[in-house]
Design a protein around this ligand. Structure first.
Ligand SMILES: Cc1ncc(COP(=O)(O)O)c(C=O)c1O
Length: 359
């Protein structure tokens, strides 16, 4: 199969094999990873290796803490403002797509939100890079990669206030100066592992400044004190993340992931741009290296294209239900050969329909 799913999505074959083996017999213990206690030394080793791999890959020091939490990135939409934004204070948000808009809606439940930049005017088909963040904003929140719309920030926004990023769909796909971020969160189910765990990387000095009482399960400080073991963590999902992080390191780290992301995206977009039957949806300079969105000029032909994909073992090509069209997701574990396969199919489809579409 060629797996273009947007998430949960493709994982490295060797990670799947190691995870499968651990379901039967974890590290030769005679027990399944699904059967061991989260407070055993066995799982302690797993979570501490996962934590140190995150720090190593991101090149972060002691100022940042790594947490593995429940609830998906969606829970972070509220957990971030609950921990960082007092009711009478303001946070700045960038609205670049569906996920950012959801984060804005949740933040408004906790304090004032200043939407400093929005790309709603053009269906979020570009990234607006010029905006002003009020100096008194408690933080600036943005989504590094817009999974649904297919745009990605190719530079870190400049700001003097703490920077908070939803990196759910491009985490560990490229090298960044992660020290610039006060808080990063990401659902694991794209580049980092199995669904069920959310990575939070937080700079400790931004915590403990709001007046409200925070329930312990929602308070980052309690999770830090408990080493992500406040309650039962998603043991298997953390384990798969640890295996995936090991794989990323072994393959050459984030520099290598970035090289591969660029190679896949370059091949895909060059092909897309050369075929008149297809229409790219996003401004060239803001195109995502992870999620390529496009349509077919004659929408009636979409079903035929998707049927052809299905016949050739290509899954996940249908666009998000809210925007329609087509989307090809190209996460870390996707081999270049899968991109070559869909490019060949697109060329063939173009050949077949170009005359009727262009005339
Ligand atoms: C950028 C982004 N943020 C947030 C989410 C929501 O994540 P979850 O389903 O883990 O809550 C997604 C899901 O695809 C996403 O792509």
């Amino acid at each position: 199969m060629h797996n273009f799913n947007s998430g949960p999505s493709i994982l490295p074959q060797e990670v799947l094999e190691q995870a499968a083996e651990a379901v039967i017999n974890f590290n030769g213990t005679g027990l399944s990873i699904l059967e061991i206690g989260h407070r055993t030394a066995w799982f302690g080793d797993v979570i501490s290796e996962a934590r140190s791999l995150v720090k190593e890959l991101m090149q972060l020091g002691d100022g940042h803490e790594v947490l593995f939490l429940h609830g998906g990135a969606t829970t972070q939409f509220m957990q971030v403002p609950m921990n960082l934004l007092d009711a009478d204070k303001t946070a700045a948000y960038i609205d670049n797509g569906i996920w950012g808009s959801k984060a804005i809606k949740e933040a408004k439940l906790f304090g004032n939100v200043d939407v400093v930049s929005s790309t709603k005017d053009k269906n979020h088909s570009y990234i607006a890079k010029n905006f002003t963040v009020p100096a008194n904003a408690k933080y600036l929140h943005y989504t590094t990669n817009n999974t649904v719309e297919g745009t990605e920030w190719h530079q870190i926004p400049e700001t003097n206030v703490p920077l908070v990023a939803d990196m759910s769909s491009d985490i560990f796909s490229r090298a960044l100066d992660f020290s610039k971020f006060a808080l990063i969160y990401a659902g694991a189910q794209k580049n980092m592992g199995a669904a069920g765990v959310t990575l939070v990387v937080v700079r400790k000095d931004i915590l403990g400044k709001v007046k409200r009482a925070i329930p312990p399960i929602m308070d980052y400080r309690t999770h830090i004190e408990a080493g992500s073991l406040l309650n039962t963590p998603p043991v298997f999902a953390v384990f798969v993340s640890m295996l995936t992080l090991r794989w990323i390191k072994k393959e050459g780290g984030l520099a290598e992931m970035e090289k591969r992301s660029k190679a896949r995206a370059e091949l895909f977009y060059n092909t897309l741009d050369s075929l008149p039957v297809f229409t790219p949806l996003v401004a060239k300079e803001d195109r995502s290296l992870m999620n390529a969105t496009f349509t077919i000029k004659d929408a009636q032909l979409e079903k035929e294209f998707l049927d052809m994909c299905k016949e050739r073992g290509m899954v996940g090509v249908k666009g998000h239900r809210s925007v329609g069209g087509l989307r090809v997701s190209m996460y870390n574990a996707l081999p270049l050969s899968s991109v070559e396969a869909i490019c060949d199919l697109m060329k063939e489809f173009n050949e077949k329909h170009v005359e009727e579409v262009v005339s």
